[in-house]
Design a protein around this ligand. Sequence first.
Ligand SMILES: O=P(O)(O)OC[C@H]1O[C@](O)(CO)[C@@H](O)[C@@H]1O
Length: 621
Amino acid sequence: MAEKLPPGLICACLIDRNRSAAPAAAKQTKAIAEKIDAETVMGPPPQGSIAYTTPWQALKEHVKEIDKTHLRDLLAEEGRTLALIKEYNGIYCDFSRQRVTEQTLELLYNLAREAQLQQKIDAMFKGEKINTTEGRPVLHVATRARRDQKIFVDGKDVVPDVWKVLDKIKDFSNKVRSGEWLGVTGKPIKNVVAVGIGGSFLGPLFVHTALRTDLTAGAAAVGRRLRFLANVDPIDVARALDQLRQEETMVVIISKTFTTAETMLNARTLRTWLTTELGEAAVAKHMVAVSTNIELVTAFGIEPQNAFGFWDWVGGRYSVCSAVGMLPLSLQYGFDMMEKFLMGANDVDDHFARAPFESNLPVLLGLLSIWNVSFLGYPARAILPYCQALAKLAPHIQQVSMESNGKGVDINGKPLPFDAGELDFGEPGTNGQHSFYQLIHQGRVVPCDFIGIVRSQQSVYLKGEIVSNHDELMCNFFAQADALAYGKSPVELRAQNVPDHLIPHRSFTGNRPSLSIMLPELSAYQVGQLLSLYEHRVAVQGFVWGVNSFDQWGVELGKVLASKVRQKMNETRTGNRKINAADAFNPSTMFMINKYLEGKNVLTYPEPRDVFPGDLLKPKD
Ligand SMILES: O=P(O)(O)OC[C@H]1O[C@](O)(CO)[C@@H](O)[C@@H]1O
């Protein structure tokens, strides 16, 4: 295990094992080790960092100017507002509620030029190996390339390979949907359970949730069910399988690596669920896979013709446009609709690659986020769609953004002299208004993305009501942005006869930044546009901060430690014993695991056997 860990962690582990030493001495040794480690492994913060450049320093100076202004006054300038409204192919972005002037934007463009942003964007689209720690290109844009586009990796055009898989998905999903592909008992397949986690789950879930309210999509999905199984929590298994009959169900195992512990355990669980009922022959008709590792898929027992491939140049969190999303979503909605989704994403890809910074929406979004995080000092960002169909946008972007830019070192491995990344969270409005908006109105400053849709896919209007349901939703969309920007002053409150003792409680400082995005509707095309917009915004931030946004080493340590716990837990089960000091956990973990083992003995079965959801609730024989 040790040789897989970076040197800093090896030191920490060695110290951890030296538990007999006096705590003070151990603390001192640890501090010294960490210092040596930081100096020898990473070195001092790099003078080459973007933070030491003139454009960065100019922006820092500029904060003083901005601090003299209030959004209330900035919003009074119509010329400024017009300059800060940007539109591209139906996407309307109003940046006027950002704490910026036109000069701020000029300074941000200087920063982008200093960071060689355009060159980095070009390198990405050209298939250069910009994910340097894994030696890979970053080409999720190729997964939604038009058939006639050319994108090269190591001199080979990859677009024909992309379309070979897409054609296979089209053919397969048509067969399943038309009833030409039948289950092992001759029944048509009506249900799909997509098993995957992280990027192999959140993107497809986001798109599925967005399309579920599209009337056309709804029609295409009539009588069909798409469920997701991500967590190994048995409750998640139970919910995913609830009311499903094996003979009408297809299980799609989605894993880039085909090694992710949770996904593989769930894959084995669902294989057993199918074969217990239908026999071994069920695997060929009811299980398919999406992976870059076709060897492991075959070893699992899924036939290669039932495997849908993708490539190591597609990062997991950027993979929804590959077979990862396209297969389950085409089974649910039909390939034609999903092709529109791809073309929406492709449209914004083209815009991102070519448009000048001044009108490039992902670039503007990215630069403004950098302004908020690195200069104004706001570490969080709320994604607030006034659209229930976008309920899973925030969780998806949370992974895209935080797994990409949550880094402590730059692309050359040198410590960053600033905090990169931000804390992303969000909920659809108006639900969020009745939850965490209190904090963003009167507590911490959290820059907000408001997203609204002009024409809803559904209409609800009761005669006698002032406005329709959708208009009501949008009234809040417009109002919230102004409430944050303008606030409410004690003078205004006094004029409304608010008693003095309540004035501090009812005052709103305002001057809280937000941006508003409006889309004409939310069909598959716009969902694709929105996805690409957010993905590239994250890339812009990473390119300017100088981090590698396309690796994710930070998720590894927990996986290694879980595997040690798993092994020890298995030993205690077979050896019928508790965890003890020889198992080399710290006292806290040792006590906690033993508490867990003691507590769950009431429910464990003495003999190993397959247990399915609901079994634990049945009386024991
Ligand atoms: O698709 P896989 O290989 O199962 O990985 C699932 C997810 O796990 C992660 O590696 C994080 O643990 C993500 O980056 C990835 O999307």
